[in-house]
Design a protein around this ligand. Structure first.
Ligand SMILES: N[C@@H](CCC(=O)N[C@@H](CS)C(=O)NCC(=O)O)C(=O)O
Length: 233
């Protein structure tokens, strides 16, 4: 059994997709990031960067294995099962390149764009424009990569699963697919997969229906070093 620490956001969906594709037994443990569950000492032991997703793999010999950061979780599970990652060293290298690309480029740029689109004060356009341009650049990177390929590595893999969720929500982020026909087709191809549909439904009842309250804004947007050092046991 895998304990899956999760909240229904694009970063959470990445790992939910892989767990559903693998069909492995998992138990979803909600991490309410608006209420501050990510700062609980037990969670920080698994995920020292106070971010979900994280997993605790109990399906091992000896002590359960904690893994944080979506890219690391996905590589760990793909290695462990031998699925959704190429078997040859050069193919694995390519898988790692796209996992690092997603977590170092597309994910942070899209996350910041989402912040400025959804939560920044009115009239402050610098941040939104900067991240909209970077998000656009990342769509362009994917568009080029998908030339002559149905999926990022050729076959469907963890590289697609990690990149797809932030493309799924392009429209609410203010982007369009007009200049990215290959990305649009890839997005739709993946969206049709039953495992992907199930993953995006996971924890739907927890999805935000209203703007964050003042208390939630403080938890989410008022973080400093004290947020992760205050609760040490
Ligand atoms: N690089 C991380 C990003 C994860 C991330 O940013 N998660 C957000 C939700 S989408 C989170 O847990 N936020 C909690 C917080 O801001 O305290 C990954 O890919 O796993």
């Amino acid at each position: 059994m895998i304990d899956f620490y999760y909240w229904p956001t694009p970063n959470g969906w990445k790992v939910a997709i892989l767990l559903e594709e693998l069909g492995v037994a998992y138990r979803m443990i909600p991490v309410n990031i608006g209420k501050g569950d990510q700062f609980k000492p037990d969670f920080l032991k698994l995920s020292p960067n106070n971010r979900m997703p994280a997993i605790l793999d109990r399906d091992v010999e000896g002590a359960p294995v904690p893994v944080f950061e979506s890219g690391a979780i996905m590589f760990y599970l793909a290695e462990k099962t031998g699925r959704f990652v190429p078997a040859d060293p050069l193919g694995r290298k390519e898988a790692l390149e796209w996992l690092f690309w997603q977590t170092g480029n597309q994910g942070p740029m899209a996350g910041q764009l989402s912040h400025f689109v959804n939560y920044a004060p009115e009239g402050e356009d610098y941040g939104r424009e900067r991240y909209a341009a970077e998000y656009d650049r990342c769509l362009g990177v994917l568009e080029r990569r998908l030339e002559g390929r149905d999926y990022i590595l050729g076959d469907y893999s963890i590289a697609d699963m990690i990149c797809w969720p932030w493309v799924l929500i392009a429209k609410p982020l203010g982007a369009s697919f007009d200049a990215f026909p290959r990305v649009a087709a890839w997005r739709n191809r993946i969206k049709l997969r039953p495992a992907v549909q199930k993953a995006v439904e996971l924890g739907k009842e927890f999805r935000r229906r209203a703007p964050p309250s003042e208390a939630e804004r403080k938890v989410l947007f008022g973080q400093t070093a004290a947020s992760v050092t205050a609760n040490q046991d």
